[in-house]
Design a protein around this ligand. Structure first.
Ligand code: PLP
Length: 392
């Protein structure tokens, strides 16, 4: 199968698997154990902490390992919410992942007000509206995703964080779709908390991290044995933490070497071929500001649901919107926020590449998409002639 759904999850990289395996077998010790073998495992965790910290420009003690990206987001938001006192207004965007949106809804149920700032048609935050929102007297904290999981569009994080800082409120970013794919240097930015998830960059599922700036407070979500310097209790998922460290180091080397250009060239090749060879293909969102692995395309007069079934049959995996939204009838909240019609939203596919994708697969994927589009349009009556209608 051709796997082009890397924003949903990625394969554990063979080098990452090799690094983690000993910690499932002969190095299976509990890192809290007092004997030397346990201490060696603890040391390996600290090495992984350094690797993850380096990838985002943090100090190792600012990294807290968690059970997944969702936990990182929950931990950050509940900690922030508990600290706001009377300033119960939370500022976020309309395009967040469900692990932010649902927490915000929970907090609304507990008496907080949530302000969801919109985006323009390129999928980027409305900075004027953001400035106004964070500047309100009762604003307690702000949270904005770094890169959108559906479109890959990168948000103006430096500007949004600076505005939050100027307004005197803490700033969190869900950077789960950005870490490892785009350069992040937290030394240069007023970001207080940042969420990371291992399985988006070739570590296993079920491990994440939360960056907590050393100058800000943090109240844990989980209490117990006091692991992670008391910030996240629970026996560490050692092998997965080691894996995430190795994956972070690997992605760092690639970002330093070519800024993820290899992945970008496959995505661009895929996109350019489809746009040249198929009528009525549109890129959704900013082409300038997006992660290098993601193509989000609308296929005029083609229901994405039908395309996905055909592509699955041909042996290609991708998705419409996010993995979490698959199977839902409603058009994506992200594309709705961008002002797209339900029709456009429902004819859009997300194709996401990784460092394990190949040119051969990319070319095969183009042929499969062409075949699926042709087939659907022959049923649905697309003529393929005349100017492309840019539907809104
Ligand atoms: N935030 C974003 C932007 C995501 O894309 C995802 C995963 O799809 C998550 C949060 C949740 O991460 P995890 O699957 O590790 O819980």
């Amino acid at each position: 199968m051709i796997y082009l759904d890397s924003n949903a999850t990625t394969q554990v990289h063979p080098d990452v698997l090799a690094a983690m395996l000993p910690y499932l077998t002969d190095q299976c010790y509990n890192p809290s154990s007092g004997y030397r073998a346990g201490k060696a495992v603890k040391k390996a965790i600290e090495r992984a902490r350094e690797q993850v910290a380096k990838l985002v420009g943090a100090d190792p003690e600012e990294i807290v390992f968690t059970g997944c990206g969702t936990e990182s987001n929950n931990a950050a938001l509940f900690s922030l919410a508990n600290a706001v006192g009377n300033r119960k207004r939370i500022i976020t965007s309309q395009i967040e992942h469900s692990s932010i949106l649902r927490v915000c809804e929970q907090l609304e149920g507990r008496g907080y007000t949530v302000e969801r700032v919109g985006v323009d048609e390129s999928g980027r935050l409305d900075l004027e509206a953001w400035k106004e929102a964070v500047g309100q007297e009762d604003a307690g904290f702000a949270t904005l995703m770094w890169a959108n999981n559906e479109t890959g569009v990168l948000q103006p994080i430096a500007e949004a964080a600076a505005l939050a800082k100027a307004a005197g409120i803490p700033f969190h970013s869900d950077a789960i779709q950005a870490v490892g794919k785009t350069a992040i240097d937290l030394r240069q930015l007023p970001v207080d908390y940042l969420s990371i998830s291992g399985h988006k960059f070739h570590a296993p599922k079920g491990v994440g991290a939360l960056y907590v700036n050393k100058n800000v407070a943090f109240e844990p979500l989980l209490f117990g044995g006091g692991q992670e310097a008391g910030r996240r209790s629970g026996t560490e998922n050692v092998a997965s933490i080691i894996a995430m460290g190795k994956a972070a180091e690997m992605m760092q080397l690639r970002l330093d070497a070519d800024g993820h250009a290899g992945v970008a060239s496959l995505r661009d090749h895929f996109e350019q071929r489809l746009m040249a060879e198929v009528d009525g293909v549109l890129v959704n969102g900013s082409k300038e500001f997006r992660t290098k692995n993601t193509a989000h395309l609308a296929f005029e007069n083609c229901e994405a649901a039908g395309l996905l079934i055909l592509l699955d049959e041909y042996g290609m995996a991708c998705s419409a919107g996010s993995a979490c939204m698959t199977g839902k009838q409603k058009p994506s909240h992200v594309q709705t926020a961008m002002g797209y019609s339900a029709k456009r939203a429902k004819s859009s596919l997300r194709i996401s590449f990784s460092i394990l994708s190949t040119l051969e697969e990319t070319n095969d994927a183009v042929e499969m998409v062409k075949k699926a589009v042709r087939k659907l349009r022959s049923v649905q009556g697309f003529t393929g002639v005349g100017p492309v209608t840019v539907y809104t």
